[in-house]
Design a binder for this molecule. Structure first.
Ligand code: ADP
Ligand code: MG
Length: 698
């Protein structure tokens, strides 16, 4: 019995000579093609390293790729009867090949069409045996091997140079759904591949829309540290949202990149401020909670005031807990205590003016009580004499009377330091100082450093415009801008040009963008009636700068780089559930967080020359394809090896050509053209300095 594949005897090119678990040795027939095979119908180069051959078996055929080709000298192998008798057996060069089996091609008969249908699956079902025939695949078989016929593979990304330039198609659900890493040296074509994958996917979706009146409901968010993608999508400006550090050029459709500091959560604040776990962190988080709860719109004013009074009572509790040293000991603490009482009295009066009725009257009484206590002990030049425990307790009781009177409508627990509620970030340093003044205990130094950092950030023209609260922007507008509107009405691609984001906040910016995207999608799925996620792709270029392999930083205070890595590790682990796929691009895979790489299910490997990086990618793939990776150091710039979840067997892809105007802006400087005056470069230092320092035009 012979399978349909075996019947194609004109495709036989050799026989199996020996087999081991990882290698099959083949002797080529004397009449097997020498450089170009014509017997398949289309000219194919053969034999060629890494090209595919078939070894037929009962189920169909084992697919193998060529890992070695050579010549061995043997006695002339064929004798055609007596007529050759008497010849001397001179050594004769015989061509041999080594193969590595990688998959199985099964064949079905399509009765209606009367044709054979091939399916490729991972793994080798039946190992060949000595004497088995080796076939060159036909174009249909090659198409099945590279997956061109698979119905789910809807996006063409390139062609296979090893398989008669058959189209290589990918399934977007597989490529984007389970994280993809594009790795390779600088200039090997990563950015072009990333831009191409997005462009070709959107083009393919455009042709298959259920409602052609609407564009694709796709979402790509590109974090672009080199500022190279704006050019690649310039032709579809209507469907692209481009964010840049202000000042921006409205004419070109640029939008200001905004990441107001009130969007940051407690972790992010802790990392930016390097707050240590002991006293600093709780203090900072308390201050954030206070400020965030003071800015809830739609909440009764009484409830907001209650929050303030509540935090005052906590401060007074803390004073009493520290005992007389905090208010009756040295001059310093006495003065701090007196100042606190003065501030509280003034605040109570101010807040009373915002309320009506009983609560307002109570506040006025409280202010009076506190002022009496302070005035009682007031000395000269702003100094205070010792307070008694009873006096401080009377202040505590006064504050408590308001808490008893006004209902806690805010459900204190709901306002966490993580809530994205707008507040005036400029107030944070003052507020921290106020709390710290009573807590004492060496916090002053930390508070002043933190205060300086925050004030410095707001004052820096570049930083301030990114992280500051002005002009005001609501959280839903912000999400609409970043993740996109309903049905992607405002475009499918958001490009976030990070090239001018100051280095001191770049990690926090990337971490916050990543986290907010993740959390927004998490909540989207929770609120969706059927729990369906919103498919979104987050592209991280130059990933090694943001998700570095972790050093031994346990015990050290949290820092922004670590936070950034942890955020993306979480996205890598859990993003899939919420429809968030990562597309990473990096030239230093060996420096990437192993946790994140391990979560990437598809790899597109461009030229990789560095040993360490090669060793790393070799570890990511099963042993039997290691041979294919030996080509990595010599891949030309548009070629790449695609492997992983998106393809049953690793494929060498010649990526489709992107037109010059669709390529990301090349970072290669053109020295020669500038030197020779072919490409002019006019210098205007004053304009540059002005842009740099943010001075308004003179
Ligand atoms: N698919 C492609 N189509 C056209 N040119 C490409 C393609 N891939 C790479 N190139 C060429 O290679 C150069 C470097 O590619 P690039 O994507 O910038 O590399 P990388 O991001 O790895 O540094 C590009 O400027 C372009 O000339
Ligand atoms: Mg690049």
């Amino acid at each position: 019995m012979s399978s349909p594949i075996e019947r194609l005897s004109e495709l036989v090119i050799g026989t199996v000579e020996s087999i081991s678990s990882d290698e099959v040795r083949v002797m080529l027939d004397l009449d097997a093609p020498q450089s170009t095979a014509l017997n398949t119908g289309t000219p194919t180069s053969f034999p060629r390293l890494n090209s595919y051959v078939l070894i037929p078996n009962e189920a169909g055929a084992t697919v193998a790729y060529v890992t070695w080709i050579g010549i061995e000298r043997s006695p002339f192998p064929k004798r055609s009867g007596l007529k050759d008798f008497g010849l001397i057996d001179l050594p004769f060069p015989l061509r041999k090949m080594a193969l590595t089996p990688i998959g199985t091609l099964t064949v079905r008969r399509d009765r209606r069409a009367g044709t054979s249908v091939y399916d490729l699956s991972r793994g080798v079902v039946a190992f060949p045996s000595v004497g088995d025939q080796i076939l060159i695949p036909t174009p249909e078989q090659i198409a099945a091997i590279v997956g061109a016929k698979d119905r789910d593979r809807r996006v063409r990304i390139g062609s296979s140079p090893l398989a008669a330039n058959t189209s290589i198609m990918v399934d977007p659900d597989k490529i984007f759904g389970r994280h993809v890493a594009v790795l390779g040296n600088t200039g090997s074509g990563k950015s072009c591949s990333v831009a191409g994958l997005i462009r070709w996917s959107l083009d393919a979706a455009q042709t298959a829309l259920t409602n052609p009146a609407q564009g694709p409901n796709a979402r790509f968010i590109i974090l672009d540290p080199n500022g190279e993608y704006a050019k690649a999508f310039a032709d579809r400006a209507d469907n692209v949202r481009l964010f840049r550090v202000p000042p921006v050029d409205d004419q070109k459709g640029e939008r200001a990149l905004r990441l107001p500091a009130w969007l940051w959560n407690g972790h992010e604040w802790t990392a930016v401020s390097f707050a240590r776990p002991g006293a600093q962190r709780p203090l900072l988080l308390q201050a954030l909670r206070d400020l965030k709860s003071g800015n809830l719109s739609g909440v009764p004013a009484e409830a907001l005031v209650r929050r303030h009074i509540y935090s005052y009572r906590l401060l007074v509790d803390a004073l009493l807990a520290r005992g007389p040293a905090a208010f009756a000991g040295d001059a310093g603490p006495r003065r701090q205590c007196g100042d606190l009482l003065d501030n509280m009295a003034a605040d109570c009066d101010a807040m009373s003016a915002r309320l009506d009725g009983d609560p307002a009257a109570t506040l006025t009484d409280i202010a009076a009580t506190i002022r009496d206590v302070a005035n009682n002990r007031r000395g000269n030049n702003g100094w205070f004499n010792s307070f008694t425990v009873a006096e401080i307790e009377s202040v505590q009781a006064a504050l408590q009377s308001f808490l008893d009177q006004v209902e806690d409508a805010l459900a204190v627990a709901q306002i966490t330091e993580d809530a994205p509620i707008p507040f005036d970030v400029q107030m944070l340093p003052d507020h921290l100082e106020r709390i710290a003044a009573t807590e004492g205990g060496g916090l002053a130094g930390f508070i002043s450093t933190l205060g300086m950092r925050i004030r410095g950030m707001m004052a820096d023209p570049r930083l301030g415009q990114v992280v500051g609260s002005e002009p005001q922007i609501s959280f839903d507008t912000w999400l609409d801008d970043l993740i996109g509107s309903n049905a992607s009405a405002n475009g499918q691609v958001a490009i976030i040009d990070l090239s001018l984001v100051p280095s001191e906040i770049i990690h926090i910016v990337v971490a916050v963008l990543g986290r907010l995207t993740f959390e927004a999608l998490q909540r989207y799925r929770r609120l969706h009636p059927d729990g369906k996620p919103l498919p979104t792709t987050l592209v991280l270029e130059e990933a090694h700068s943001f998700i570095r392999r972790g050093g031994n930083d346990e015990g050290a205070p949290e820092n922004p780089a670590q936070l950034c890595r942890e955020t993306f590790e979480k996205i890598a682990r859990e993003g899939r559930k919420f429809g968030l796929g990562l597309m990473l691009s990096s030239q230093r895979p060996s420096e990437l967080s192993p946790t994140i790489l391990a979560q990437c299910n598809t790899f597109l490997l461009h030229r990789i020359v560095n040993d360490l990086d090669q060793a790393l990618v070799a570890r990511l793939v099963p042993d039997n394809v290691a041979g294919l990776l030996k080509e990595l150091p010599s891949l030309p710039s548009r070629q790449a090896v695609l492997l992983g979840w998106a393809t049953p067997i690793p494929l060498l892809v010649e990526m489709d050509e992107l037109a010059e105007e669709h390529r990301p802006q090349s970072s290669d400087p053109d020295f020669w053209d500038v030197w020779t005056g072919k490409s002019p470069r006019v210098i205007d230092w004053p304009a540059l300095v002005q842009d740099w320092t943010g001075d308004p035009p003179a």
